[in-house]
Design a binder for this molecule. Structure first.
Ligand code: ARG
Length: 586
């Protein structure tokens, strides 16, 4: 784990606690919640005094006496009933800034563990929609943070490619083109190499099939049978299904590419099909699964449950397997092939009960091995009417269209701001793409993941306030300043802290490792969003208060350029972890 100022201070405080015969774990130091009073604080003396039945202020006095001998502290004060308030010396701050690589480079020293991140979760034959946006943005930000912090990360898109939707499609195509060889049970192959349907076709066929099955029980029954036959391996159905998957993956990959999201694995529910039969046998043999009214279930309710947790259904009465079944089998597959210590499922909070059942059943069966299983839920994206976001016509908004809307809005904003009027067309387009995506991603990530938020592109693309474009603009401004410095032959020099704004900027910079760890701990990138935003604000105050290029004193000029360079690095690093690019100029 990278060294951090807070960790250092906590260690120093812990020593003082230990010297007083107290539990060093109580000596936690945090950033002060009263920055007007001190830079850092520690509240442990209160708890320690309570435990030791001592006077907290007297105890705090003793702890302070130990700390005063540490030359890094400019001030150690006791406040209120026994809080310790601490300031660092400017020299200590400057020294902490002098090792930018330990702060802002990815940690490659040794793996902190294997993590599998399951996110994205698009479904075959359906266009990706706004519902997949949060999973994709959040999952990608998490995979980037874990990787940066030194975890060995594998991401898996976990395609929805194996349920009744597949049977529905097969029957729909059979009703439209009954002469295709896929439906001829006596056909011996080989099947055509070219898909009879395109992605666009599938997007029309699927809703038609779903509507037909709803209206006509016979069609619904046919789809159920087709699903079962597909799962049992009927060659024509498998061949047709392969085409669905292939054309869908090509389309889905384009969508993810336009979001800047990359996966290590393109596995799907169907990949664990061969594990299901032996899994069912195993669960039956060990009496973990039981028959209940013709269905095969695992009871997962626990006495401490506040509300009843229904059993997990492995096999329905009609013999079909379910989403829950493939998710349990996927855990077997992941544990066998990767042995991760943690599996994160970045999926809509409305699926919470599903995952709770899957996790309990997997643990009960011993399938999870060493892996901790966690559902990383998130809320919905709503329209300005407060209901889940839709197109103006009331339909589901496709991810592709949503990204295009973001780009168009960003372009409008750039024009309003007079940015890029003189850029070549291709560059203007590229900046609009980067800004549009930043607007969408930052708006999503800056909301705590479990809260719902309103999709309001006009607000997201503003260049003021807590937005992606504001942060990009802040970074680009520093970039251009550094470029002008370089052109004038000026280079960043050793950093020294003299003024209040420099001190605040230094403190904002030094909080990065803690923001990273806090993001990982809570699996909530809004922490990193706050970090980037506070840093940009601290920079803006610093920039407003001090001369940089026009500073006469060469050492001071170098120091301030050093702070600028470090700020740019911190902004680019934190935005990078959020999946946000910084344009060259804007
Ligand atoms: N395909 C699913 C959906 O659209 C999401 C899959 C999430 N991952 C999982 N392992 N169940 O709702």
């Amino acid at each position: 784990m990278r060294p951090s100022l807070i960790a250092d201070l906590t260690a120093a405080m812990g020593k003082a606690f230990a010297a007083e015969g107290l539990d060093p774990a109580l000596g936690r130091v945090t950033v002060s919640d009263r920055p007007d009073l001190a830079q850092f604080q520690s509240n442990g003396a209160l708890a320690a005094a309570k435990a030791a039945k001592a006077n907290p202020r007297a105890l705090a006095e003793k702890l302070a006496a130990h700390l005063k001998s540490d030359p890094r502290f400019a001030k150690v004060e006791i406040a209120g009933p026994g809080f310790l308030n601490i300031d660092l010396t400017d020299a200590a701050l400057a020294e902490a800034l002098a090792a930018p690589d330990t702060l802002f480079a990815p940690d490659t020293s040794k793996s902190r563990g294997k993590v599998l991140v399951d996110f994205g979760g698009p479904n075959v034959a359906k266009a990706m929609h706004v519902g997949h946006l949060r999973s994709s943005i959040l999952g990608d930000a998490l995979q980037r943070h874990f990787r940066f912090a030194g975890f060995d990360v594998t991401s898996d898109v976990h395609l929805g490619d194996w349920g009744k939707p597949m049977g529905l499609l097969i029957t729909e195509i059979a009703s439209r083109q009954p002469d295709l060889p896929y439906f001829d049970a006596s056909f011996t192959g080989p099947y055509p190499a070219k898909s009879p349907v395109s992605m666009e076709d599938l997007e029309v066929l699927y809703p038609a099939a779903a509507a037909a099955a709803k209206a006509d029980p016979a069609r619904d029954e046919a789809a159920r049978i087709a699903t079962m036959e597909l799962q049992q391996g009927r060659p024509g159905y498998r061949a047709l299904w392969r085409h669905f998957v292939d054309v869908s993956i090509a389309g889905i990959k384009r969508e993810f590419a336009s979001l800047g999201v990359v996966f290590d694995l393109w596995k799907g529910e169907a990949d664990v099909d061969s594990l299901i039969a032996p899994m069912l046998d195993d669960l039956k043999a060990r009496n973990i699964a039981e028959l209940d009214d013709g269905a095969l279930i695992v009871r997962v309710a626990e006495p401490t449950d506040k509300k009843e947790t229904p059993p997990l259904i492995l096999v329905k009465r009609d013999g079909g397997v379910l989403y829950e079944t493939t998710d349990v089998a996927t855990i077997i597959d992941r544990v066998r092939s990767l042995a991760p210590s943690l599996i994160l499922y970045v999926v809509d909070q409305r699926q919470h009960e599903h995952f709770e059942k899957v996790f309990r059943a997997s643990r009960k069966a011993g399938y999870a091995g060493e892996a901790a299983l966690e559902h990383i839920g998130f809320g919905t994206i709503n329209g300005t009417d407060g209901k889940p976001f839709k197109t103006r016509a009331g339909g589901v908004l496709k991810l592709y269209d949503l990204i295009e809307m973001g780009k168009a809005e960003a372009r409008k904003r750039l024009t309003e701001q007079g940015i890029g009027a003189d850029y070549p067309e291709a560059e203007r387009d590229e900046v609009a793409r980067q800004v549009g995506l930043a607007a969408i991603k930052f708006a999503d990530l800056s909301n705590y993941r479990l809260t719902n938020y309103i999709f309001d592109l006009e607000r997201f693309t503003k260049f003021e306030g807590k937005t992606g474009p504001y942060l990009q603009y802040a970074a680009v401004r520093v970039k251009s300043l550094l470029r002008r410095a370089a052109e004038a032959g000026e280079a960043p020099g050793a950093m020294a802290i003299h003024a209040a704004e420099e001190r605040d900027l230094a403190l904002a910079l030094l909080r990065f490792p803690d923001a990273l760890e806090e993001t990982l701990r809570t699996r909530a990138p809004n922490v990193m969003c706050d970090y980037a935003f506070r840093l940009a604000q601290a920079f803006s105050s610093f920039y407003a208060a001090h001369h940089i290029l026009s500073e006469k004193d060469a050492a001071l000029r170098g120091s301030r350029l050093g702070l600028c360079a470090l700020t740019l690095r911190a902004l680019e690093t934190s935005l990078g972890l959020l999946g946000i690019e910084v344009p060259e100029r804007m």
